[in-house]
Design a protein around this ligand. Structure first.
Ligand SMILES: [Zn+2]
Length: 396
């Protein structure tokens, strides 16, 4: 994967005489227009986008690492900025003119297993062994209702995590997904399994997840969530990192869960927008609002169901609707799986299916305990390199 990316850059470097590949981090509060302006790229590139893609540029998350290829005069030849987990904004040059399109992110999905004895704390040990803070976070969150991490854990207790992680250029992309995990405390083994996108204990009882209520009464869902969709007529890729609920102007919008308002104001393509922070690293976003409800402002705590604003069409919107986004650890995820979900226990045939499904994970966990496996740490990617060096790497 790595080589494909570099070959792509190297080919362009021959074509355009470029010499330098620079990696940067997207700064907090920076907009896509700021970015174009800072690099003297015509703003027309942004203004020519349709509403959907303009909205998408609002989704570039702070901290995102992106790559710039510059020529020997320091001019930009190419840019790649990931947005969501599957697409990246690509800016290139053709006949001396800049153009922009969306390209799929080239990534690998790696299946990994971690086994360790607890030395300091589950969180610290997971981070020390994998460099993956999100994995540590996810693990702690998943057991927080069944284990008291302060009281129950002894040094020498064991944990095993079977998970998948998307990897781009040697770095983790998006959230890890824990398929199965085990933590042993005071000689008792606790298990959690992911089954059909939901989480269960060993007996097939569903665990308390993060559940949201409907943010507004709507007439229809005008656009669903997708990290990447190929448009068969326009022959372009699209992404939509939320759900659009079409509803008449003025329809009340409710907080989908308890939390603290961390943003209430104008936000790029989302117009009047509210962001609420919830427990467990979750955030919800409400876009295109006509106006905010009285008293709604940054810093205020709201309860699930509280009216926070009214459906509108502000920002880049083709008609009145609520754009509803859900983020976990700052990565957009599909809200559809968390709205109005009822917790249940698997019984009868469903339970038997579950038990046979988790058998392979039990085996994998046992093998991990016997073999003491630790996954390879996420590799670091040099912050700056010239093309000559990149070429060397691509030949490896
Ligand atoms: Zn939308």
């Amino acid at each position: 994967m790595r080589s494909i990316f570099f070959i792509f850059l190297i080919i362009s470097s021959y074509l355009f005489g470029a010499t330098k590949l620079v990696e940067q981090k997207w700064e907090k509060g920076k907009t896509f227009l700021n970015f174009l302006q800072d690099h003297k790229i015509p703003k027309k590139l942004y203004y020519d986008l349709d509403a959907g893609n303009k909205e998408l540029t609002t989704e570039i998350t702070s901290g995102t690492r992106y790559q710039i290829l510059q020529n020997d005069k320091g001019e930009i030849e190419q840019v790649l900025i990931p947005v969501g987990e599957e697409l990246q904004i690509h800016i290139g040059k053709q006949n001396g003119k800049y153009f922009m399109n969306l390209l799929p992110i080239v990534y690998e999905t790696k299946h990994k297993v971690l086994e360790t004895e607890i030395k300091s704390s589950p969180y610290k040990d997971i981070v020390r062994l994998t460099n993956n803070h999100l994995l540590a976070n996810e693990f702690i969150q998943s057991y927080k209702n069944s284990i008291n991490f302060k009281k129950d854990i002894r040094k020498g207790d064991k944990l095993v995590i079977v998970y998948t992680q998307k990897v781009r250029l040697g770095r983790q992309l998006g959230n890890p997904i824990i398929e199965a995990s085990m933590i042993e405390t005071r000689g008792v083994k606790h298990y959690i399994y992911r089954y059909k996108g939901r989480y269960y204990n060993k007996k097939g009882k569903e665990l308390e997840g993060f559940f949201l209520s409907q943010p507004c009464r709507y007439t229809r869902i005008s656009d669903g969530f997708t990290y990447k969709r190929w448009h068969p007529i326009l022959h372009i890729y699209r992404a939509h990192l939320g759900i659009d609920f079409a509803a008449p102007i003025g329809t009340p919008v409710h907080a989908a869960g308890d939390g603290k308002i961390i943003f209430a104001g104008r936000r790029g393509g989302y117009g009047n927008c509210i962001i609420i922070k919830h427990v467990g690293g979750y955030k919800t976003l409400y876009g295109h609002l006509k106006k905010f409800a009285r008293g709604i402002r940054r810093g205020r705590y709201v309860k699930k169901g509280k009216t926070i604003g009214y459906v509108g069409s502000t920002g880049l919107s083709t008609g009145p609707h609520l754009h509803f986004g859900l983020y976990k650890n700052n990565h957009a995820i599909n809200p559809a799986n968390t709205i109005n979900v009822v917790k249940n226990s698997l019984r009868g045939r469903k339970r038997r299916e579950f038990l046979s499904y988790v058998r392979k994970y039990n085996k994998e966990i046992q093998v991990a305990i016997n073999d003491k496996v630790t996954p390879k740490k996420e590799e670091a990617f040099a912050f700056y390199m010239n093309v000559k060096r990149a070429k060397d790497i691509s030949n490896n």
